[in-house]
Write a protein that binds this ligand. Sequence first.
Ligand code: PFF
Length: 484
Amino acid sequence: MVEKSGRFIDNAQPLYNLETTITGVTMADKQESIHGQWTGRWGFILAATGSAVGLGNIWKFPYITGENGGGAFVIVYLMCIAVIGIPIMMAEIMLGRRGRQSPINTMTALAIQSGHSQKWHLLGWMGVIAGFLILSYYSVIAGWALAYVERSMTGAFNDSTPEMIKTLFGSFVANPLQLIFWHSLFMFLTIVVVARGVQGGLEKAARYMMPGLFMILLLLVGYAMSAGDFSKGLNFLFAVDFSKITTNSIVIAMGHAFFTLSLGMGAIMVYGSYLPKDASIGKATLIIAVADTVVALLAGMAIFPLVFANQLEPGQGPGLIFQTLPLAFGHMPWGSFFATLFFILLTFAAWTSSISLIEPAVAYLVENRGITRVRASILMGVSCWAMGLLTVFSFNLWSKFTPLSFISIFEGKTIFDLLDYLTANIMLPWGGFFIAVFAAWFMAREASMDELALEYRWLYNIWRFLVRYITPVAVLIIFLKLVS
Ligand code: PFF
């Protein structure tokens, strides 16, 4: 049974392969996913933007930009968003809506439909594994944001110096029990929402939270303009010096384009499977990608001026926002209030992303194993929580444990660093590579043209050219350079 309002249903019956009718029209044209459907185009855009905008924009983008030298890295990242990210996002949504099932079953169905090997379902599996690994550490970092809500409320940052903020952060991450507590709380929140279905509460919350986050970022940029070293910050972010770029930083920039847009692992594909037939994939993609990029750039513009005005180190790593923004809040009027609001909104941004990380796995379990959505969410959430302990310990007990240091690109990387590198920089781009190859080389041209339904034929031709040649070749070249 499918409930029209779009809420996910428990105990839904499995739905297997799509049948092709004589006219070449698939069953997908008539049906919707057994899990329901978004309330409309805006429901989807909101949910997909919720998935895209998260810790990747506000926590990760600034610190990897800091570690990779600034401007040139930002340009490579923006280019990757434009020529790789946007076309792949369109491809993922298109495949999802065509298949109308979890990514694993969607890939099986579409492969059969286009007369190719069912092995394509392995792409869905790779996505499930990537999502699982990402959520394991994502939840730990989101737990930091939650902990900082508490700190902000108690006015912990008021009038503090950079050293005090640094010590506060240092002693927080050094305490595994604290990290486990906040990680557990965040994972619990994720399970609750995935179990209830996305549209019940979170879609509505996202409607207010996203604009709220945007406003508070503007406020922070305004503060950075007046109190920070704004010109030095902007210079760092936008002045391009290609001598600072290495192959590894190109891989990281490309990986981040996938990570920040939630691409390459089926999250956007599964969201696409709940998209009504009449919504425009092209326009939705553009809105999501622009919103995501603007949020990341605003975060950078808020943080780097503060970094330079306080003689902080831009390349200090994952603690960057937790050691710069509290400084701003500690010195502005109404600081505790704004700090509390900011970390609540950051937690929300992370929350709307984390649910999309396990949705592909949960949808699969409901479809194929016949278990309820509630059980599937608990099963995935609890295992992911356990895996997250590896990340918790990477910041304290095992902070010196760098198991793959004998390989040069993994030198000095903790388990958390390795999980992040493996998922964002290797699994997502390769997932994206195969999504592009499938959509452009294996799926019938008529099928993708019909499903994308772009307004102009030339737009479709550009899209097809990009996913056929540019995207796969770019991923391939970048990796060949990395290993050579
Ligand atoms: N896009 C999210 C962020 O920027 O925080 C992270 C993410 C969500 C990555 C979902 C991948 C994904 F499938």
